[in-house]
Structures are given as structure tokens and as C-alpha cells.
Write a protein that binds this ligand. Structure first.
Ligand code: ARG
Length: 497
């Protein structure tokens, strides 16, 4: 058996109940401990602690605290000097966290108190002024909003990268014809590139959904206090401008208690996974010996411990499997929220594990698919062979008769009978002669056989959104330029940060 190379917990360790670096023995003084006579029960400390997973929020917590501190200074609640001291201390805490020196302890309960405790150790009692006019209730929703703003941007970039991979394979196999399906029955021929571009369209809407959620994520809640607002004349629009929020929340109760923006992202992510799961299903089918349409790159498959011949599509299977997990997170948070009276309730802490796990699962799935799709190999002969059997051109014959003046319902019936006849004689449409056709309708001319090639069938779908070669070529050009612009834009936003 392989021994693990590292003993450090993986990034997604939050699904475990405790973290190895977290001491569970501490019974130190709580930041909220004034009214308590007894120590917190150890089990309670473990049960309520969120620091093992909400430590992910540390950069946002510090960013928010710096803006809050500046707002306190502007309202003359703290002096310039105190403001400078606090900000300097916060920056030092951030450095300690990033160099691995910070001690994450479950007795600190959550990321907010862990940072505040260390700040006060570094700069002394002045650190205790930072929490003036603020509650963890408005602090945590601010942190989440800042976190989600970044998460949405990075998911958007990962979606674009995957679209780009689809564009690459679409161009690589631009003229390959494959069977298009309905009900998983061969239906009509389509270009493989057309099929690949269908995913590009889906992923574009996935981005739009996330960007739309961003407009509501981008609302600044600080100043809501614990639930009612605060007693200090805080200039909330100033805080918002420091943190680049275009809007502020307009009701403190709502400001601390809703997580609808979390649900919107979970919903957007569930839909992304639904799309990826459909893709997974196709890749699994295509890689099977029954289809033989695609060869997944070796580096993205695994073998069997017993059957030497096996090459298994584990990546698509896992993405399909993880889809269930992400759906579960959406339903989980919806259920957590449904019974909560206004305003803040500790139940809200339960939004974090599903949210972080969703973002990390979707990110990993998008990234692995971006690589796999870029390296996908398609079997043109296997696709052509499938296009050749199964009467995929029957509709072409019906449409031919329509051009000769036969009403479509009638021509549909004529070709239906023709197909039934072929089925009984074991023939395919391609084997028929003009004379064979004329037995079913006098409207079939000598040119009827010309419609019976997959390429001709494809090129007759010559309208916007159709699979005709020139339509697909146009879409490839359109997507190339759209994605180029989007990639350029995201590079510029990264640089300007
Ligand atoms: N960790 C909490 C959360 O994630 C924030 C703390 C608020 N706690 C409280 N007792 N009011 O929601």
C-alpha cells in the first residue's frame, strides 16, 4: 500500500469534524465571555467552532476589517493613529497566516475572532476598538460576499477556458460528421463541431447566470450591526466605496439574515454540474466499445486492478457523481434557511461547508474537463459508420417530396412506408435505386438520390443555428472572437487588481 506523501490536511479537509492543527483543549477567555461564569464545555467548543473551514475567509475578513477601521476613523470614533496601528496589525496577521505561522485554534471559534485575538496580541488593547459598531453577524455576510465575488470571477474564467477547449476540438474535427440523436436513437446527421459548440452555448449561459448573481452579491452589509444597525454615525457608502461595492443593504435585519445570494451561486453551480454531467454521460457512452466515437486521453483514464484490458472513464464518472453532491448542497442550504425567523440565527453558519465544497468541486471539475476536452480524440470512421446505418436521411427524402409539391404529412407517410420496407428486406436507404423510390411515389425524380448523402443533408440545414458547414464555420468564428475578447478582459481585470 502506498504511504501518503504528506501529512498536511488537503484543502477540502473541512468535511472532517476537526483539523489536526486545531487544539481542542484550550479553555481560554472568550471575546464574548464577560457574562459567563463557567468555562465553555469542551464539546460545545468543538461543536460550535467553524474556524476549521471558515478560515478560508481570512483575506476577506481582513480586507473588510481594514475598510471598517477606516470608516471608524472617518466618523472620529478612533484616532488616525489608532487606525494606522490597527491596519498595521491586521496586515501583520495576514502575513502570519500566509506564512503558516498563525495558530488556528478552535477555542477562538471562528475566523473573525481568531484574527481579532491575534490582532490584540500584536497591538494590545487598541485592537479591541476594531469591533466597535460591528457584529460578527454583519461581518460574516460581508466576508461571504467578498469571497463569492472572487469565486464567481474565477468560475467565470474556468468556464471560458473550458469553452476554449471545446472550440479547439471543434476546429480540429471541423468537417467530421456524426449521428445526431433524439431519445438516444439515431436521428439526423450533424457536424461534430456543431455538437461541441452546443456545450459552448450552455457554458456561456452558465457564466451569464453567475454574473447576474454578482449584481446582488455586490451589496455591502456592514453597518447592519447585530441586527438593528449601529449607534455610530458610520458612513456606509464610504465603506462600500473602499470595498468597491456599488450598493449597500437598505435594511439591517435583511442585511444580516438572508443568504439568498449564496443560494443563487449554489443554483448556478448546480446547473453547471448538470451540464457537465450530461457531457460526462456522452463521453462515457462515446468511449464505450458499443459507440467507439471517442478516445479519452490515457492520462485521464484509469485501469482495473484485476482486468488488464480495462481503460475506464473515471473522470467523467466522477464529475457525474459529484453532480449529486453539488445538488445536495443546494437543497441542504435551501432547507437550512427555510425555517429561520428573522434575523441572524446560528443555523446560518451551516451555509459554509456546502458553499465552499460546491465552489471547490465545480472549480476542480471545470479545470479537469478543460484539459481532457482539449486532448479528446474523435474517431471519424466510427462516426461515419454510424451515420451510414439507421435511416438518418429519411427526413431528407420526405423534404425532397415536399419540394415536389407533396404535403409534408403525406411525404412523411410515404417515406415511413419506404423505411418499413427497407427494414423487412434488410436494406439501407443508400442501397436504393431511383426505381425503388418511384415504387412509393411518382414524385421521386432521378435527382432524389442526390439528397441521400450525409454531407448534402448537413448543408441543407443552412439557417442560423443549423448544422450546415458554412453556418458552423460562422459560429466558430463568432465564438473565437467572443472568447478572445473575454479572455482579454479577464486578463485586464487580474492586472488591475
Ligand atoms: N460563525 C458564524 C457564522 O458563520 C458567525 C458568527 C456569528 N455568531 C454569533 N454568535 N452571532 O455565521
Amino acid at each position: 500500500m502506498k504511504t501518503p506523501r504528506t501529512r498536511t490536511a488537503p484543502k477540502s479537509s473541512f468535511l472532517k469534524s476537526s483539523h489536526p492543527s486545531t487544539s481542542l483543549t484550550g479553555q481560554g477567555k472568550k471575546l464574548w465571555g464577560g457574562r459567563f461564569q463557567e468555562n465553555t464545555n469542551l464539546l460545545v467548543e468543538q461543536f460550535t467552532a467553524s474556524v476549521d473551514f471558515d478560515r478560508r475567509l481570512y483575506p476577506y475578513d481582513i480586507q473588510g476589517s481594514i475598510a471598517h477601521c477606516r470608516t471608524l476613523e472617518r466618523a472620529k470614533i478612533i484616532s488616525k493613529k489608532e487606525c494606522r496601528l490597527i491596519i498595521g496589525g491586521l496586515i501583520q496577521v495576514q502575513k502570519e497566516i500566509e506564512s503558516g505561522k498563525h495558530q488556528w485554534r478552535s477555542e477562538d471559534e471562528d475566523v473573525h475572532m481568531s484574527i481579532e485575538r491575534r490582532l490584540t496580541q500584536i497591538i494590545g488593547p487598541i485592537g479591541g476598538k476594531l469591533h466597535t459598531g460591528r457584529s460578527r453577524n454583519d461581518q460574516v455576510t460581508l466576508d461571504l460576499r467578498l469571497y463569492l465575488r472572487d469565486a464567481v470571477q474565477s468560475l467565470t474564467q474556468d468556464l471560458t477556458t473550458l469553452q476554449h477547449s471545446f472550440l479547439l476540438v471543434a476546429k480540429r474535427y471541423q468537417r467530421v460528421i456524426m449521428p445526431g440523436y433524439t431519445h438516444l436513437q439515431r436521428a439526423q446527421p450533424v457536424l461534430f463541431a456543431h455538437h461541441a459548440l452546443a456545450y459552448v452555448e450552455m457554458l456561456q449561459r452558465d457564466k451569464e447566470r453567475l454574473q447576474d448573481a454578482l449584481s446582488r452579491i455586490n451589496t455591502m452589509p456592514l453597518g447592519s450591526g447585530a441586527l438593528a444597525g449601529t449607534n455610530y454615525p458610520l458612513d456606509r457608502t464610504y465603506t462600500a466605496s473602499l470595498l468597491k461595492f456599488p450598493k449597500i443593504t437598505e435594511n439591517s435585519l435583511d442585511g444580516v439574515s438572508d443568504r439568498d445570494y449564496v443560494l443563487e451561486v449554489l443554483n448556478g453551480c448546480a446547473i453547471i454540474m448538470m451540464h457537465l454531467s450530461r457531457l460526462s454521460e456522452e463521453l462515457i457512452l462515446w468511449a464505450s466499445q458499443e459507440f467507439r466515437f471517442a478516445n479519452l486521453p490515457d492520462g485521464f483514464c484509469t485501469g482495473s486492478s484485476m482486468m488488464p484490458q480495462k481503460k475506464n472513464p473515471d473522470i467523467p464518472e466522477l464529475v457525474r457523481g459529484k453532480t449529486g453532491r453539488v445538488y445536495g448542497h443546494l437543497i441542504g442550504v435551501l432547507t437550512t434557511l427555510k425555517g429561520l425567523p428573522l434575523s441572524y440565527n446560528r443555523d446560518l453558519q451551516e451555509d459554509k461547508v456546502p458553499l465552499f465544497d460546491t465552489i471547490e468541486t465545480v472549480t476542480a471539475s471545470l479545470k479537469i474537463y478543460a484539459e481532457l476536452i482539449a486532448q479528446l480524440t474523435i474517431s471519424e470512421p466510427a462516426m461515419a459508420e454510424s451515420v451510414g446505418h439507421g435511416f438518418l436521411l429519411a427526413t431528407e427524402l420526405a423534404d425532397y417530396l415536399v419540394l415536389k409539391g407533396v404535403p409534408f404529412r403525406e411525404s412523411h407517410h410515404i417515406v415511413g412506408r419506404l423505411v418499413a420496407d427497407c427494414l423487412s428486406t434488410g436494406k439501407d436507404l443508400a442501397q436504393l435505386t431511383a426505381a425503388d423510390l418511384r415504387k412509393f411515389s411518382a414524385a421521386f425524380g432521378a435527382d432524389a438520390l442526390h439528397v441521400l448523402t450525409p454531407q448534402a443533408a448537413i448543408d441543407r440545414k443552412n439557417l442560423i443555428g443549423g448544422t450546415a458547414t458554412n453556418q458552423v464555420a460562422y459560429q466558430l468564428i463568432r465564438w473565437t472572437s467572443t472568447l478572445k475578447k473575454e479572455i482579454g478582459k479577464s486578463k485586464r481585470t487580474v492586472r488591475s487588481r
